[in-house]
Design a protein around this ligand. Structure first.
Ligand SMILES: [Zn+2]
Length: 197
C-alpha cells in the first residue's frame, strides 16, 4: 500500500482506492475524486573510474550529510537519464562529461525506499575533481582506500563492490539489482568485453 496519507492538492485524508470491490495499490481522495499515486522516484548515479579507482563524493546535504556515496541524485523533469547523471556528476564533483560518454551499467529497484535507480559508468584519464555546493569533498579511491565505514547508503554496497570487481577484471556487464526488505539480488543481464589492453 502507498505511503501517502494526505492528498497533496487538498490535504484531505486519503482512503484506499477501491475499484469494483478490489483494493488497488494506491490511495484515493474522496474530495478531489481522484486516485493519488506514490510513484517511485528515479535516482541516477555515475560510477566514474580512473584506472581502478572510483569517484566518491562526501555529501554536504541531508540526508546522510558528511557520509560518502557514489555521485548521483534525483532525475529532474525533462532530463534524459544520462543527462541527469552527467548533471549530478558535475554538480557534486566538478567533472563535466557529455551524456554520450556515459554507458548504462546498472538498474535497480529499491522497494523499501520507493526508488528506482539507473547507474551509468564512465572512465576518465585524470583524477581532477572538485566538490560543488552539494558535496564537502570528492576523490578517487581504490576498493581498499574507500571509506566503507562512512558510506551514506550501505544498502547499495554490493553494487559498488561489483563495480570494483568489474574494474579489476576489465569485463563489464550490465547489472540488474532488485532490493526489497526480504531480498537482494544482482544479476548480469549482459556481459561485454573485450578486456582493455
Ligand atoms: Zn484531494
Amino acid at each position: 500500500m502507498t505511503a501517502l496519507n494526505f492528498c497533496q492538492d487538498c490535504g484531505a485524508a486519503l482512503q484506499p482506492h477501491m475499484v469494483g470491490g478490489e483494493q488497488r495499490n494506491h490511495a484515493y481522495c474522496r474530495r478531489c475524486r481522484l486516485p493519488r499515486y506514490d510513484h517511485p522516484l528515479v535516482v541516477v548515479t555515475c560510477f566514474v573510474a580512473c584506472g581502478q579507482r572510483l569517484l566518491w563524493v562526501r555529501r554536504a546535504l541531508p540526508p546522510q550529510r558528511g557520509l560518502w556515496a557514489i555521485p548521483g541524485g534525483y532525475l529532474e523533469g525533462g532530463e534524459t537519464l544520462a543527462a541527469g547523471a552527467a548533471r549530478e556528476l558535475y554538480e557534486e564533483a566538478g567533472i563535466g562529461l557529455p551524456p554520450a560518454r556515459l554507458q548504462l551499467y546498472m538498474t535497480g529497484t529499491i522497494t523499501f525506499i520507493n526508488q528506482v535507480y539507473v547507474g551509468f559508468r564512465a572512465s576518465v584519464a585524470s583524477e581532477d575533481c572538485a566538490p560543488g555546493p552539494e558535496s564537502l569533498a570528492c576523490g578517487f579511491y581504490s576498493r581498499d582506500e574507500c571509506p566503507w565505514d562512512e558510506v551514506a547508503y550501505p544498502q547499495v554496497n554490493d553494487s559498488i563492490r561489483r563495480a570494483y570487481d568489474d574494474l579489476e577484471s576489465g569485463c563489464f556487464g550490465v547489472w540488474q539489482a532488485e532490493m526489497s526488505d526480504a531480498h537482494y539480488t544482482l544479476r548480469a543481464v549482459s556481459q561485454t568485453g573485450p578486456r582493455p589492453g
